[in-house]
Write a protein that binds this ligand. Structure first.
Ligand code: NAD
Length: 419
């Protein structure tokens, strides 16, 4: 049993800032640069009124946070979730700054959120919500200013509505969002990109550890865009995917789920829970499974001080953003668990979003093979840089990733003459 470090509860944004400060100390960063990076550049809070299908009006709080734009236009997803408050959106915006810098994409970091429950809303209510939110934030976004993308609770359809609403104000502008449908200028390969990036870093890590995929059972929490593609591509790469879950719970098969059969079952309208060839488990049980690799691919703060002792996997790949609190991260790292941090592990999505943005600017479509090839090149390079620095300096992969990212952002800040 590992004793976790006890410290006063921090908000997730404070946790990310603490990690930034620790990195800044390591880099000997000047105070002026720190001052700029401790707080986001801009935080917009809007109220989003929506006429509901029953005739009533509901008003949802919405946010767009732009953390740091030193390296390029702001870039970041849009989340629809009941917990999408300002602290969460700030956290996610700052993670985007570090993620884009780590992968060396020419973007700053941003994030949007609307505090609503998309599962309880109709398609037409979500359409109206998205259009009104787009109008409310239109003055701070733009193809060279800030480019939204999907995140939890949003998808390609949401991006299509957002693009259309923005286009009504500014003329047809496909590059205003990424992750949109291919029929409207989306990139081939974008839907699978985040999961593909997760499986690429997992594959690299296995090679480094000289471990065979077939001997590494994987459990995936979350079966949305990221979780479902991670499970499919991990199975394709030869990893037995033993567990998969969604918000209602999960399924488990000791020798590996037949992922094609699971996908077929879901496509036929069956829920995960009704899949016949597996045992039902709870999300808490999934986190504690005796597997080699645990991949949280749903919400944030799911592995905390209070449940991290139950984690048995010796590798955790952060497909979700901020799935581990700092205390859980410290405790698992002390125990020898290898953790591939979110800003590296889930960077495949923003990488292909970057390709989509460049394709839109050029009005030119890449073939999927080229998208996947360039994605693999960028993610593999980022992974190897982080691994090499972590070995060289005896740091965790997370701390090494932050060193690379913070140094790049600080350099851009100085070169621009912000300080
Ligand atoms: P999504 O909305 O498509 O899917 C979310 C999944 O999580 C669903 O299966 C849902 O049922 C499940 N879920 C929600 N709450 C849960 C809970 N309490 N316990 C277990 N499962 C729960 O979202 P997504 O786009 O797949 O994003 C998942 C995570 O990946 C988020 O942290 C997001 O920020 C991160 N991420 C997404 C992308 C992207 O391209 N979509 C890119 C980078 C990071």
């Amino acid at each position: 049993m590992v004793t976790t470090i006890s410290r006063p509860a921090m908000s997730s944004y404070e946790e990310v800032v603490n990690l930034f400060e620790e990195t800044a100390d390591r880099l000997g960063l000047e105070e002026e640069v720190r001052l700029l990076l401790r707080k986001p550049y801009r935080e917009l809070h809007v109220e989003v009124p929506v006429r509901m299908d029953d005739g009533s009006v509901a008003v949802f709080p919405g946010y767009r946070v732009q953390h740091c734009g030193a390296r390029g236009p702001y870039k970041g997803g849009l989340r629809y979730h009941p917990d999408a408050d300002l602290d969460e959106v700030r956290t996610l915006a700052s993670l985007m700054t570090w993620k884009c810098a780590l992968t060396d994409l020419p973007f700053g970091g941003a994030k949007g959120g609307v505090q609503c429950d998309p599962a309880a809303m109709s398609e037409s209510e979500l359409n109206r919500l998205t259009r009104r939110y787009a109008q409310n934030i239109a003055h701070i976004i733009g193809i060279n200013r800030d480019i939204p993308a999907p995140d939890m609770g949003t998808n390609a359809q949401t991006m299509a509505w957002l693009m259309d609403a923005y286009g009504q104000l500014n003329g047809h502008t496909p590059g205003i969002v990424t992750g949109k449908p291919v029929a409207l200028g989306g990139s081939l390969g974008r839907e699978a990109a985040t999961g593909r990036g997760v499986v690429l870093v997992l594959g690299e890590l296995c090679r480094d550890l000289r471990r065979e995929p077939a001997a590494m059972p994987v459990a995936v929490q979350g079966n949305g865009n990221v979780g479902s593609w991670t499970a499919r591509l991990a199975a394709e790469a030869g990893f037995p995917v033993v567990a998969l879950s969604d918000i209602t719970g999960g399924i488990y098969a000791k020798d590996g789920l037949d992922i094609d059969a699971v996908c077929g079952h879901l496509a036929d309208g069956g829920g995960l829970a009704g899949f016949p060839d597996a045992d039902r488990i709870t999300n808490a049980e999934l986190l504690a499974l005796p597997c080699a690799v645990l991949i949280p691919a749903a919400g944030g703060d799911v592995i905390t001080e209070s449940n991290c002792d139950a984690v048995r996997a010796d590798i955790v790949i952060e497909a979700a953003n901020h799935p581990l609190t700092s205390a859980a991260d410290d405790a698992l790292t002390q125990r020898g668990t290898i953790i591939l941090p979110d800003i590296l592990a889930n960077a495949g999505g923003v990488t292909v979003s970057y390709f989509e943005w460049t394709q839109n600017i050029q009005s030119f479509r890449w073939e999927e093979g080229r998208v996947n090839e360039e994605l693999a090149r960028i993610i593999t390079h980022a992974y190897r840089s982080v691994r090499d620095l972590s070995r060289e300096q005896g740091l965790s992969m997370r701390r090494a990733a932050y060193l690379i990212a913070v140094e790049r952002v600080a350099e851009a800040i100085r070169l621009r003459g912000f300080v």
